[in-house]
Design a protein. Sequence first.
Length: 76
Amino acid sequence: MTTKDFKKVFKQLKAKPEKLAKYIKHNSPKKREFGKSTKKCRLCGSDKGPVTQYGINYCRRCFRLNAKKLGFKKYY
């Protein structure tokens, strides 16, 4: 179950707080400690192409946009 589906059901269960609490307890996505979903970009939230070296935690697109501001230079 994705996060989007999880939050979609809240609209239906707002009138029934007991069932909503039970639903949240059993169906919420669990906190990940490792894997692809733990490495997200600080700026856009994407998990595609993470640059985690030096503790940057940007995706490759955001890194290219902000590399000069971070002090990186391109050498040929």
